[in-house]
Structure formats: structure tokens, C-alpha cells
Design a protein around this ligand. Sequence first.
Ligand SMILES: [Zn+2]
Length: 197
Amino acid sequence: MISSKRTAWQRQRPACFYLEFEKSQPTLGQVSGLVADYISAQRHEAESHALNLSSAQIRLLQGFFRKDVLDTTRLLVLGVTRVENPPFYSLLREMGFKSLPDFSQMAAITFGDVVVSHQPVTTGLLFHELVHVEQYRQLGIRRFAELYVRGFFTGGGYDGIPLELKAYQLGERFRRSPQTPFSVELDVSAWIRDGRF
Ligand SMILES: [Zn+2]
């Protein structure tokens, strides 16, 4: 399981890597680079344990997501283990960054095209995470991380991250009318085009 051992990211980076930040506050670009590395490493670790969506899940969601997204997204439901927070969190906290998103307490987290859940997955939860998969598909991991970090710091925390706002907004639309199809792909691409993330 991914939280039972050190991540690939931690193994690859020497401890002195952190020293670069001790002299000055890291820039948003540096933090988002670290977040992108964390996402890629977690995706890599979870991927081999994850399974394809079930045909029942695909049937419920096929009116909203691209077929290739539903066919290739993988899902890992953890038992007692939790996703570990990024290894650079302790340094950010020491530097005064408060209220960082606590991944270990989230219901589920999406790393690229791999969804890792801490609980049995409901259709509503899966819908929310698949919006993130679509965002990753269109943006790539680097750009997604950049926009996520920027949204966190400029939006006043997790609730102000536009990537999250969009996922909650579309999830609510689905919850209200699960029989009325709409394209998450087009909605996400419109927000990217208009620079709203
Ligand atoms: Zn989310």
C-alpha cells in the first residue's frame, strides 16, 4: 500500500535537497514543482494496486465523461492505510504556511488518472474525482499542480481553489439531475480557455 513505505519521491531525493529553501521563502513555482513530483510519485505507487472502474460505475457516468477517461481511470480503495502528506510539508509549516490541505484526512485524492480513496466509493465521490481526472487530462500534471497551488494560496485555502470549485459545482449538477447528461470535458475546457482556473 502506498502509505506503508517511503514514496519513490522520498527515495529519489537526497536530504540536502531541502536545504535550498532554508535561505529564503520558496516561490509558488518551486512549491508547485514539488507538488507535481509528489503527484507523479503517488500515481506511480498506487497504479499497480488500482483497478479499472466497474461496468456498473461506467454505465452510471457515461453521459458525463469521455469514454477513454472512464476506460482508463484506475481506482484504489485503501483499507487501514492513509495517503501520506507530502514530505516537504514539515518544512513549509516551519516556514509559516498554515492550513495546508491534509491529504490523509480527505475522502479521496486523484493523482493524474489514478483515484485513491480512503473509503468505499459512492457515485458522487467518483464523479468529483473524475472531474479532476479530466482536468489532469487537459492540463497535464505540471500545470494542474501549478494551478492547484496558486489557487490554494490566492483563494485563501482549499475552498478557494478553482479546480476544486469546478469539481464541486459539476458534482452538484450531477447530484441534482443524474439522468441529464452534460459534457465535463467541454465545461473544463471552457474554464481553461477563459483562464478561470
Ligand atoms: Zn477535489
